[in-house]
Ligand binder design. Sequence first.
Ligand code: ZN
Length: 271
Amino acid sequence: MTSLRRSLTIALAMLAVAPLAQAWGPLGHSVVAELAQRHLSPAAEAEVERLLAPEHTTSLADIASWPDQIQDDPAQAALWKQTRGLHYIDFVHGDCNYVPPRDCKDGRCVVAGLQHYVDVLGDRSQPDAARREALKFVVHFVGDVHQPLHAGSRDDKGGNTYQVQFDGKGSNLHKVWDSGMLKTRGLDVQAYAQTLDAHGPVALPPPIAPFDDPYAQWAEESCSITAGAGFYPASHKIDQAYVDAELPVAELRLREAGRRLAEVLNLTLGH
Ligand SMILES: [Zn+2]
């Protein structure tokens, strides 16, 4: 374990026990990024702005969906191929305990993807271009690992093959969680982040011993949500009762992701 990784691990574990004074679609990713940006330390904020300068933005929300967008860019075909398996993790149905050789073969899962890109981001010997790319992946993957169906069951490809009726149309449960439910609020990124941030700092779930892999814990939390009663609507209909019950869960995950992303960036960039 590098000392950076060790201090990150300890700090992320402490976060849960000592609360301080947040793949989604573009909206969800941008809300997570905006929530995090509101809680960056001045040093981390300055480093984010320096790294993003060539992108002509200072906003993490602007780059939060880039790792998805590269799938449509022929110039990024190789990078997409290399990273497409890092946006999610498939658990075995009924078992949300992370077993790397089984659930993350050859490092092809979001848990390993996060670890890799946090390491690159924190490595000041890397060129800025590599660290800028790593920043985009870290912002994106912290969002993804908190979307429950990015850490669901292999059997239905994280809800992608679970067909549902939503808003009078055919859809699938993965899409409903990625973007469908969030859009029912009718809020833009800034307004959504403001609304969620107004609740104050979210209390994080307690760490699962032995605290050695916070990213695995975040994935296990997501998996456990998908195993909850009512998460899969037996009727295959997303009605108002479903949204009333599950949208607060989705929004809690956005807040947890935002808070944890801020902490990762403060620890990684704040020196
Ligand atoms: Zn993604």
